[in-house]
Design a binder for this molecule. Structure first.
Ligand SMILES: Nc1nc2c(c(=O)[nH]1)N[C@H]1C(S)=C(S)[C@@H](COP(=O)(O)OP(=O)(O)OC[C@H]3O[C@@H](n4cnc5c(=O)[nH]c(N)nc54)[C@H](O)[C@@H]3O)O[C@H]1N2
Ligand SMILES: Nc1nc2c(c(=O)[nH]1)N[C@H]1C(S)=C(S)[C@@H](COP(=O)(O)OP(=O)(O)OC[C@H]3O[C@@H](n4cnc5c(=O)[nH]c(N)nc54)[C@H](O)[C@@H]3O)O[C@H]1N2
Ligand SMILES: [Mo]
Length: 744
């Protein structure tokens, strides 16, 4: 790993350095033969879906190498041939492993066989699958109520595994199905459901090629959705204007050197964003309200769309009129002129506007209101449900959207539950379950006692690391179905289990699974590599065997028989989930099929059957005088809690993660030299939280703002600080004070 160093951030993304970095990771970790095989299967029809982000693959022609640097890193990490078995766990106690970094955990290799940590033991030991499932059964059956169990899901689980998993939880008797989405796009789902009746995006890749203006808000695609840059490059090539809205200058929004095109290989970047609005953190609601105000003033409202389709416009328009520009400028940090210019740019064309967003919008206290404000702008322009226009929440995990479609949700609507009950012929509970934050509190105060996770890294991904650790330690059993060792396996309950599963890239006895991408395309995914260990089971097999051990066959459900042949599972999905007619046949077509999307057809599945404007009071989270507003974000070398390395190339960072980005003038005012050490404190009504000795790095961003990497900075996020309505941790707006590190 490189020496800690910081230099000027880059002004373009990808190019040859990205290719070099991909190959270093893949060949370095997986070896040349296994690595090449893995890369050639990635995102190809008949191959496997990239386990990194959820950006869609092109519908028609696919390049030989349809992947990006960070997809390659994800594969490199998954395709590591070395496995962690009984010797590894005998050699390393839990305490030893806790002392190692997340990057070290990832470098050790793949989990090789089922492991048990007995009560009061210091080391994991090997256990048979049979015995592992018997322990799960014993602990679940000992609970006073099914609602004392929590079934967490991360967004890599396939549709088949997810469907079986939620059926297991519900047949057991609980809707406690929290998932990573609760920390991710929950705010988008809720806002869009209220506004347009569909909790998903309304555009496809083709729409990007027809758009006049694309707004990319609160998102860093160069790192987190690199294949999106090819789409943006093509859109810009066809005349679209890209407008970036982000407090930080991010290289991937400035320019893109396509690593598979000659220009890109020669290092010539296509400029991307023609306008870059460096909004204040959480100033987006004000910005979009200002945009709406300017659009209405210049007569850009689509009166006929509003008349035919929408409710609430009059009230919203009055609100726009009543909102002073001074307030909009103050809260957004963007000048009226710039907002009016943007309005003119959008109104100048045919109002074919696409707005894309991700975590920069969803993880704030007023996230739902902010996203509804974006929907307001689209409704105002009639910019939804026609070519080149629509809403595009850019999803994170490769199958997080599919998992929700399959019923991974603590508040699944009645028609789904009724259909499941009918198909399975078992009673399905109706009482809402715990989401992620509720689960933490419930484990903390003893209302939940068994925690089982289908993937993910709950201890590291959740806010308030110390509080969440105490919650997990309070459980009778913590159990993880996982591919790689992570800290959640070490912050354990009275007993703990690790159940290792096949990864997306590995062969599963000739079977294939399916996933749904960010644009509602369902497609097949079939691993190509030999499994890392012969002890691994597929996720559906693990869930089926666990369910069988706990419940036995019940109603119409024959667990093992269902999981044996995924076509059987897909027949059940077809019977329960709308939009999956003829699932087995359609998913075998190259490229798969699109799920229906009512809002795209201008059909509004809202209670009043209309699209709804919102008129929420304008609001922005502000830090008190002298304090900073801290956001937590991803570096270029991580996938959520999996840390591949210590560089953040586009932001000019090498060899370190213990850093906080600040405006250079704030650094000077604090009396800290670039690279100097600082202490950070967040305050909440239950006390202070500290992160000490981090390095202050100057960055092009507004004053009064700070940015640090997730998961390290999660210690500062109070569990009680959440988005209103969606209960998503507000991990992008944390009030902190910053001082020169004590003792320096
Ligand atoms: N390589 C890689 N790919 C990934 C992931 C990964 O960790 N690594 N994670 C996956 C997952 S699960 C997800 S959800 C996505 C996440 O994708 P992103 O949402 O791009 O992830 P973050 O790093 O959290 O980036 C947040 C961006 O929002 C900006 N931002 C922060 N606060 C505000 C604000 O108030 N307003 C505005 N306008 N901008 C703001 C930040 O400056 C930063 O550029 O990526 C997915 N893809
Ligand atoms: N402060 C702060 N906190 C955040 C965020 C933030 O921006 N800031 N982002 C939030 C977001 S958007 C998300 S989505 C969550 C992510 O939360 P999670 O989804 O819980 O976390 P990941 O880091 O993606 O999980 C990684 C682990 O998943 C396991 N895994 C990988 N592949 C597979 C597989 O195929 N099957 C199984 N069974 N296991 C597998 C591996 O063991 C790996 O260690 O974190 C959230 N937390
Ligand atoms: Mo996410």
């Amino acid at each position: 790993m490189s020496e800690p160093r910081f230099t000027a951030p880059k002004e373009q993304a990808a190019g040859i350095p990205a290719v070099v970095s991909s190959l270093q990771h893949v060949f370095g970790k997986a070896g040349v033969a296994r690595g090449t095989k893995a890369l050639l299967g990635l995102n190809q029809a008949g191959g496997f879906d990239c386990p990194s982000c959820a950006w869609p693959d092109p519908d028609g022609h696919r390049a030989v190498a349809e992947f990006c640097e960070n997809g390659a890193k994800a594969i490199a990490s998954e395709a590591m041939p070395q496995t962690l078995g009984r010797e590894f766990f005998a050699a390393h106690s839990i305490a030893d492993l806790m002392a190692q970094s997340d990057a070290w955990h990832d470098l050790q290799g793949r989990l090789g066989g089922p492991m048990l940590l007995r009560e009061n033991a210091t080391h994991y030991e090997a256990i048979t699958w049979e015995d592992a499932f018997a322990i799960v059964a014993e602990e679940l059956r000992a609970l006073g109520s099914p609602d004392e169990a929590v079934f967490y899901t991360s967004g890599r689980a396939s549709n088949e595994a997810a469907f079986l998993w939620q059926m297991f939880a519900r047949a057991f008797g609980t809707n406690n199905l929290p998932d990573c989405s609760n920390m991710c796009h929950e705010s988008s789902g809720l806002a869009l459901k209220e506004a347009v009746g569909v909790g998903k995006g309304t555009v496809t890749l083709d729409d990007f090629l027809e758009a006049d203006v694309i707004l990319c808000v609160g998102q860093n695609p160069g790192t987190n959705h690199p294949r999106m840059l090819s789409t943006l490059e093509a859109a810009v090539g066809k005349g679209a204007r890209l407008v970036a809205v982000n407090p930080l200058k991010e290289a991937g929004l400035l320019g893109f050197a396509h690593p598979q095109h000659l220009r890109g290989i020669l290092g010539k970047a296509t400029p991307l964003a023609s306008t870059y609005l460096q909004v204040r953190v959480n100033g987006d609601m004000a910005l979009f309200r200002g945009l709406a105000k300017a659009l209405v003033t210049i007569g850009a409202a689509d009166e006929s769309f509003i008349r035919d389709h929408a409710i609430g416009y009059e009230e919203y328009r009055s609100l726009l009129e009543a909102t002073p520009w001074a307030e909009i400028e103050e809260l957004s940090g963007i000048g009226r002129d710039e907002i009016e210019d943007l309005a003119l740019l959008i109104a100048g064309g045919e109002r074919r506007l696409i707005t894309c967003w991700a975590m920069g919008l969803t993880q704030h206290r007023n996230a739902v209101a902010t996203i509804r404000e974006i929907a307001n702008v689209h409704l105002l322009l009639g910019a939804i449900g026609r070519p080149g226009a629509g809403l595009c929440p850019v999803r994170g995990h490769s199958n997080v959207q599919g998992d929700r479609t399959m019923g991974i949700y603590e508040k699944m609507p009645e028609p789904f539950l009724a259909a499941l009950e009918k198909q399975a012929d078992v009673p399905v509970p109706r009482k809402h379950g715990f989401d992620t934050v509720d689960s933490i509190h419930a484990m903390h105060d003893g209302r939940a006692k068994v925690f089982i996770a289908l993937g993910g890294n709950f201890a590291q991904a959740t806010p308030d690391s110390a509080y969440t650790a105490a919650a997990l330690r309070n459980c009778r059993l913590t159990c993880h179905v996982a591919t790689k060792l992570n800290r959640s396996h070490l912050i354990h309950g009275r007993r703990a289990l690790i159940l290792p599963c096949l990864g997306r890239s590995e062969r599963d006895g000739g079977r294939f699974v399916t996933t749904e991408n960010s644009m509602g395309v369902v497609q097949s995914s079939e691993g190509k590599l030999a499994p890392a260990s012969d002890q691994l089971l597929s996720e559906p097999d693990i869930v089926a065997r666990m369910a069988e051990a706990v419940l036995g066959d019940v109603g119409n459900i024959r667990w093992r028989w269902l999981a044996e042949d995924y076509d059987r599972l897909r027949t059940w999905i077809e019977a329960v989930v709308p939009g999956f007619e003829d699932f087995n046949a359609r998913v075998r077509r190259p490229g798969g099929f699109y799920l229906p999307n009512a809002a795209k057809e201008r059909v509004w599945n809202t209670p009043n059957s209309k699209a709804n404007f919102s008129a929420a009071p304008l609001d922005a989270f502000r830090a008190a005088e002298g304090r900073f507003l801290l956001q937590t974000l991803r570096s270029h070398d991580q996938f959520n809690t999996t840390v591949y390395g210590l560089d953040d190339r586009y932001r000019g960072i090498s060899g370190m993660r213990d850093i906080v980005f600040l405006n250079a003038e704030d650094l000077a005012a604090l009396g800290v030299k670039p690279g100097g050490r600082i202490d950070i404190t967040s305050r909440w009504h239950d006390g202070e939280r500290h992160l000490n000795g981090f390095r202050a790095i100057p960055y092009d961003m507004p004053r009064g703002m700070a940015a640090a990497y997730f998961p390290e900075a999660n210690v500062l996020v109070p569990a009680g600080h959440v988005a209103e309505g969606s209960n998503t941790p507000a991990s992008k707006s944390i009030e902190v004070s910053i001082h020169v590190a004590a003792g320096l």
